[in-house]
Design a protein around this ligand. Structure first.
Ligand SMILES: [Zn+2]
Length: 285
């Protein structure tokens, strides 16, 4: 696949606003892994972060949207067989448009770590060494040396393949701009021992056909949705569909807030998410 890991365009066109001008509003939801990483990152910040967050005002701490457009009541946290491990470049947790946040909203088993060139978080290393998980680094195969590390599919859930048997897939996503992600991939030796999952062009184009945006690049939550669909587990496939529609709903709320339009609570994006949530876990094919 082409370089895909990039933040969505929803925030572009907004004037940069220092985050300190945006007042957080308590959402009452329990902070997830990305939210906690954001809090840690803000605490370390020695200068105000320049956010593309839109006009000055309040933001919900739970979903990062204006309180009038808050999505927290619809946060669809789901249990999955697969897990997601986000390795986030420095400022990613602070960006109001970061979609790794949405993955953590939907996939209960989401882990998030800040990436550093010089040292790996001990908790990250512990997770990668946990025998319950089979990590896969999600990255385009054409940039991988040696190419023998690259896989384009996952073992069937019940397959007794050596090395994978009984382990839950853990998708390691590099949450960064494309140049940053390439650097992270090259300079993280603790990832070198894991297979690299390169999304197959057929899967990518099928996904591209059914999504609503026309962007060439996938954002991080879209990559996660695609990975979840690959596991063959009904729970994961459902979570992938929910994540895809949750991104669409988040984008709609974000844009409506930006354009000072009210939320359309009965609109197609809301119905589409509800349909995915009420669908059975049984795979269609
Ligand atoms: Zn909210």
């Amino acid at each position: 696949m082409a370089p895909e890991v990039e933040s969505p365009k929803v925030a572009q066109g907004d004037a940069p606003v220092p985050l300190s001008y945006l007042r957080g509003v308590d959402s009452g939801v329990v902070p997830h892994a990305v939210s906690r990483l954001r809090t840690q990152r803000l605490a370390r910040s020695t200068r105000p972060f320049l956010s593309r967050g839109g006009p000055r005002g309040e933001r919900c701490d739970g979903c990062r949207l204006r309180p009038s457009h808050c999505l927290c009541a619809l946060r669809p946290q789901l249990d999955t067989q697969a897990g997601v491990c986000l390795l986030m470049h420095d400022a990613e947790p602070l960006k109001p448009s970061n979609t790794g946040w949405l993955i953590a909203d939907v996939v209960a088993e989401t882990h998030a770590f800040g990436w550093s060139r010089t040292a790996a978080d001990p908790d990250l290393l512990a997770l990668l060494g946990d025998a319950r998980w089979q990590p896969f680094v999600v990255f385009p195969g054409e940039f991988v040396e040696p190419p023998g590390r690259v896989v384009q599919s996952l073992p069937a859930p019940d397959a007794a393949l050596s090395g994978h048997a009984g382990r839950r897939p853990l998708f390691i996503l590099l949450d960064a701009t494309w140049p940053e992600a390439r650097k992270m991939f090259r300079k993280s030796p603790y990832l070198d021992r894991f297979p690299v999952l390169s999304l197959h062009p057929d899967q990518v184009s099928r996904y591209r056909l059914r999504r609503s945006t026309r962007e060439d690049h996938f954002c991080t939550s879209e990559v996660a949705a695609l990975c979840l669909e690959l596991t063959g587990h009904a729970q994961d496939r459902r979570a992938g569909r929910v994540l895809e529609r949750y991104l669409a709903l988040f984008t709609e709320h974000y844009l409506r807030a930006k354009n000072q339009q009210p939320v359309d609570w009965q609109g197609p994006a809301h119905r589409s998410l509800q349909d995915a949530l009420s669908s059975s876990c049984t795979p269609q094919s």
